[in-house]
Ligand binder design. Structure first.
Ligand SMILES: C[S@@+](CC[C@H](N)C(=O)[O-])C[C@H]1O[C@@H](n2cnc3c(N)ncnc32)[C@H](O)[C@@H]1O
Length: 491
C-alpha cells in the first residue's frame, strides 16, 4: 500500500466537510500524482474519493471500464499550471500555445475557461514560453511609469539605472507582445492612455513618455478664451496626447519626468506646439525644466536626434553637460552588422532567422530585388539633377547610418548595406536594427519583420536614455539619497 493510498483511505474515512477538506486530504493534495489508482474499498469509499477530488479541486475521474480512479493533478499544481497558462497567454495566442504543447486549440480554450485542467506536463512546457527574464522587480532605487511604452526601450534604460516599473501604457497589441516577451510585468499593460484615469495610476518617482507629437489647435483655444474659460493646461492641451501626460503629472506630482520626442517638436507648428508644452510644464505644473537635443550617434552608429525634456518637481542641480556619452569614440556600423567571419553570436531565440550560421550569410530575402534597386537609383538620380539630396543611403561597415524610421519596412532605403559594386544592397535585418538602437542581443523579437522594423524605428537609443536615467537618478532616488542631500544638491 503506498503512502498516498494510506492517506486517501484515512481521508475517505474522515467526515466530509462541504467547506474545507480535512488536513489529511490536503496532504493527499500535496502527495497525489495518482494515475490509475485502483480503489479497493467500498462504494462509499470510492464516492468519498470523488468527493475529495471535487473539494480539493482535483481532477479525480472514475474510469468505469477499468474500474480505476485517476487523480490527475493536485490542487497546488493545478493552480500553478493555470497561472502559468494565464502568464503564457500574455505572450502567445491560444493557437500558439496549442501548437507548442501539441494539443488542440479547443483544449487550451477549455483550460483557460477552467472547464478542464491543464495536465502537469504542461507546466514545464508553458514555463518555456515565458520570457527568460530577471526576477520580477528588477531595481527599486526609484519607481517609474512607462507611458507610450512601445517595446520598452525606455524601460530597459530606466531599469538599468535601478528603477522599477510600476505601470505601463501602450495600446498597440504587437508592441505589447514584444514588450511582454522581454519584461516580467507584475502589472497588466494599460491600453489607450486617453481613457485611463489618473486615479488608476500608482504613485511613482519618475514619469517617462515618448509621446507622439500633435499640433495644438489654436482655434480650440481661442474659442474657449472667448467663452471666458480659465486658460490653463487643460484648456490649451485638451485633445492631445500631451494633455494626458500633463493631467497625470498634475494628479500624481512625480519627482521627475522624462519626455522624449523628435527634434522637430521645437519647430512644429512654428514653435507653437513646443511653447504650449513648455508653458504647461513650467507655468501651470510648476516643474523645473531642462531641455536638450541629444544625438544617439555618441552611443550607436546612427544619427538620431531627439529632444529630451527632463523636469523636476523641485529645482535640482541637474546638468546636461554631465551626460556620459558612450566610450568616447563614435561607433560605426561594423559594431552592429552580422559578422560573416564566424564570430557572429548564435542566439538560440533567433536561430537562423536573421543570419544563416551554416552559410555565414544574411538570408537572401533581405537583399533588394534588382527591380527595386533600379527604381531607387533612378529616383536618386532624378532628385540629384533637381539639386536636392533625396534618395537612399548606402552604408559600409565604417559608416554611421541615418535615422532608422518606422517606415524602414517599406523599402529600407534610408539605410542600405552595400554588398559590393554592381550588386543590389540589402536591408538591415531586424536584429541589426535592434543593435542599431542599442538593444542587447538578449532582446527577443517575437513579431514579423515588418512589425519589428516599425517597433525599432519608433523606439529610443537605449544607451542614450540610460545615460540620462543615470544622470537623473540622484534626484529621484529615495534610498541612496535622502531629502537633506537632495536639498544640498539643489541649485
Ligand atoms: C514613439 S513610440 C514610443 C516608443 C517607446 N519609447 C519605445 O522605446 O519603444 C509611441 C508609442 O505610443 C503608442 N501610443 C500612441 N497613442 C497611444 C495611446 N493613445 N495610448 C497608448 N499608447 C499610445 C504607440 O503605439 C507607440 O508605440
Amino acid at each position: 500500500m503506498t503512502a498516498t493510498f494510506r492517506l486517501l483511505r484515512r481521508a475517505a474515512d474522515s467526515p466530509v466537510s462541504a467547506q474545507e477538506p480535512p488536513p489529511v486530504a490536503a496532504a493527499i493534495a500535496r502527495k497525489s500524482q495518482l494515475r490509475g489508482f485502483v480503489p479497493t474499498g467500498t462504494l462509499a469509499f470510492r464516492k468519498r474519493v470523488l468527493r475529495y477530488g471535487q473539494l480539493l479541486g482535483q481532477n479525480v475521474r472514475k474510469n468505469s471500464r477499468r474500474q480505476t480512479m485517476t487523480t490527475v493533478l493536485n490542487t497546488a499544481t493545478n493552480a500553478a499550471t493555470y497561472d502559468l497558462l494565464v502568464a503564457a497567454r500574455r505572450h502567445r495566442t491560444q493557437a500558439e500555445i496549442a501548437h507548442h504543447l501539441g494539443v488542440d486549440v479547443r483544449t487550451v480554450r477549455r483550460w483557460e475557461l477552467r472547464q478542464s485542467s491543464p495536465p502537469p506536463y504542461a507546466a514545464h512546457a508553458l514555463q518555456t514560453l515565458l520570457p527568460l527574464q530577471l526576477p520580477l522587480s528588477r531595481g527599486g532605487d526609484f519607481t517609474f511609469i512607462d507611458l507610450f511604452a512601445g517595446i520598452g526601450g525606455t524601460r530597459l534604460a530606466f531599469e538599468d539605472a535601478g528603477g522599477r516599473c510600476v505601470f505601463t501604457s501602450e495600446w498597440d497589441t504587437y508592441a505589447q507582445k514584444t514588450y511582454l516577451e522581454n519584461f516580467s510585468c507584475d502589472h497588466d499593460i494599460a491600453g489607450d492612455i486617453r481613457t485611463t484615469s489618473e486615479h488608476e495610476i500608482p504613485d511613482h518617482d519618475v514619469l517617462v513618455a515618448g509621446f507622439p507629437c500633435q499640433p495644438f489647435s489654436i482655434a480650440g483655444v481661442s474659442k474657449k478664451k472667448s467663452l471666458g474659460r480659465m486658460h490653463g493646461f487643460e484648456d490649451e492641451t485638451q485633445g492631445t496626447l500631451f494633455f494626458d501626460i500633463a493631467r497625470i503629472i498634475a494628479h500624481k506630482r512625480p519627482r521627475a519626468f522624462l519626455l522624449e520626442n523628435v527634434k522637430n517638436l521645437k519647430t512644429h507648428d512654428r514653435g507653437r506646439t513646443f511653447d504650449v508644452i513648455r508653458r504647461t510644464l513650467v507655468d501651470d505644473l510648476g516643474y523645473d525644466l531642462h531641455v536638450r537635443v541629444v544625438d544617439g550617434a555618441a552611443w550607436v552608429p546612427q544619427h538620431r536626434e531627439r529632444i529630451l525634456l527632463v523636469g523636476f518637481r523641485d529645482a535640482v542641480a541637474f546638468d546636461w553637460d554631465l551626460v556620459k556619452a558612450g566610450t568616447g569614440e563614435a561607433p560605426t556600423l561594423r559594431a552592429i552588422l552580422h559578422r560573416t567571419d564566424g564570430s557572429e553570436p548564435r542566439l538560440a531565440w533567433d536561430g537562423n532567422r536573421f543570419f544563416d550560421h551554416e552559410t555565414r550569410q544574411v538570408p537572401a530575402k533581405y537583399t533588394l530585388t534588382s527591380h527595386l534597386w533600379r527604381y531607387l537609383q533612378e529616383y536618386k538620380r532624378k532628385h540629384a539633377a533637381a539639386g536636392n539630396g533625396f534618395g537612399f543611403g548606402l552604408v559600409e561597415p565604417d559608416s554611421v547610418a541615418r535615422t532608422l524610421s518606422a517606415r524602414y519596412f517599406k523599402d529600407g532605403s534610408e539605410i542600405l548595406v552595400s554588398q559590393g559594386v554592381n550588386l543590389p544592397p540589402r536591408r538591415l535585418t531586424p536584429r541589426e536594427c535592434a543593435r542599431l538602437m542599442g538593444f542587447p542581443d538578449s532582446f527577443r523579437i517575437p513579431v514579423s519583420d515588418t512589425r519589428a522594423y516599425k517597433q525599432f524605428g519608433n523606439s529610443v537609443v537605449v544607451p542614450a536614455i540610460r545615460a540620462v536615467a543615470f544622470l537623473m537618478k540622484p534626484f529621484v532616488c529615495r534610498s541612496a539619497i535622502g531629502e537633506p542631500e537632495l536639498a544640498m544638491l539643489a541649485a
